[in-house]
Design a protein around this ligand. Structure first.
Ligand SMILES: NC(=O)c1ccc[n+]([C@@H]2O[C@H](COP(=O)([O-])OP(=O)(O)OC[C@H]3O[C@@H](n4cnc5c(N)ncnc54)[C@H](O)[C@@H]3O)[C@@H](O)[C@H]2O)c1
Length: 261
């Protein structure tokens, strides 16, 4: 087991891909804090882990609240004694409205997807710094890479189109490199995963109006989309000592999507 005796916090761990990170980390021997605003689902995931003999706790917290996240990190450190791994997975995705182009809405997306990542990392940082070790894994997206055909033949554009989601995820990649540089001196590694289109409930909602998953499949070299479990190998690798010499990297796990340009 690659993560024996390690302690992990997975934000947004109550459903979708976050849930799979939690289950995989537990299988690999880690004690897992399932952190989410969705209380019942977070408890269900923690319950699943403990029922199969693992160590887990549900932590109800909002990543946009500095106080709540400081309390959450303290509760995890008190319960499990340390914090080795932080997966910044929580994001405004399930409830996102990709068509809303207002500045107010963009700010709302950035609040969770960027400031939530910063706040969670700042909450956990003192523990990792004191231990002189840690692995932070930021969840980006292929949405950070503007790919696909130019919009020359589309409808008239009433304003300069801006995906708050894509913007937030490219910010996550910037934070990954910037923190890797700053925190290396404390033996804290910071890497990212950029998942491709993954068949979660959230994706089915988001892509529903745009042709659904079948329409996206033709953009992958491997001719398939991802299941949430497909991302857990990269997450286990980046959390473990197998990647001890890696920091500042973004692993693109997308069945060959962005490589097609
Ligand atoms: N599913 C995909 O195709 C895909 C592709 C690329 C990247 N991603 C990224 O992977 C991650 C997980 O995706 P998913 O499909 O499982 O999404 P999801 O929307 O199902 O899960 C996100 C989780 O984050 C939680 N969350 C949202 N706001 C929160 C807050 N303020 N505080 C605490 N928790 C909060 C939600 O309750 C939810 O459990 C996200 O970061 C997403 O952007 C997903």
């Amino acid at each position: 087991m690659r993560l024996q005796d390690k302690v992990a916090i997975v934000t947004g761990g109550a459903q979708g891909i976050g849930r799979e990170y939690c289950l995989r980390y537990a299988e690999e021997g880690a004690s897992v804090a399932v952190l989410d605003v969705r209380e019942e689902q977070a408890q269900a995931v923690a319950g699943e882990i403990t029922q199969s003999g693992g160590q887990a706790m549900a932590v109800v917290s909002d990543v946009t609240s500095e106080q709540a996240m400081a309390d959450a990190a303290k509760a995890v450190a008190e319960r499990f004694g340390r914090i080795d791994i932080l997966v910044n997975n929580a994001a405004l995705y399930y409830d996102i409205d990709m068509t809303d182009q207002t500045i107010d809405y963009m700010k709302k997306v950035l609040d969770v997807n960027i400031f939530g990542v910063i706040i969670a990392t700042r909450a956990v940082y003192p523990y990792m710094k004191q231990q002189k070790s840690g692995s932070i894994i930021n969840i980006a997206s292929i949405g950070a890479y503007p790919i696909g055909p130019r919009g020359v033949d589309g409808p008239d554009l009433p304003t300069v189109p801006t995906s708050g989601y894509g913007l937030s995820k490219s910010g996550v990649i910037y934070l990954t490199k910037s923190w890797a540089k700053a925190l290396g001196r404390y033996n804290i590694r910071v890497n990212a995963i950029a998942p491709g289109v993954t068949l979660t409930e959230a994706t089915l909602r988001v892509t529903g109006g745009r042709g659904g998953p079948d329409a996206w499949m033709k953009y992958t070299a491997l001719d398939r989309l991802l299941n949430p479990q497909d991302l857990t190998g990269a997450a286990a690798f980046l959390a473990s000592d197998d990647s001890a010499q890696m920091t500042g990297q973004t692993l693109v796990v997308d069945a060959g999507n962005i490589m097609l340009g």
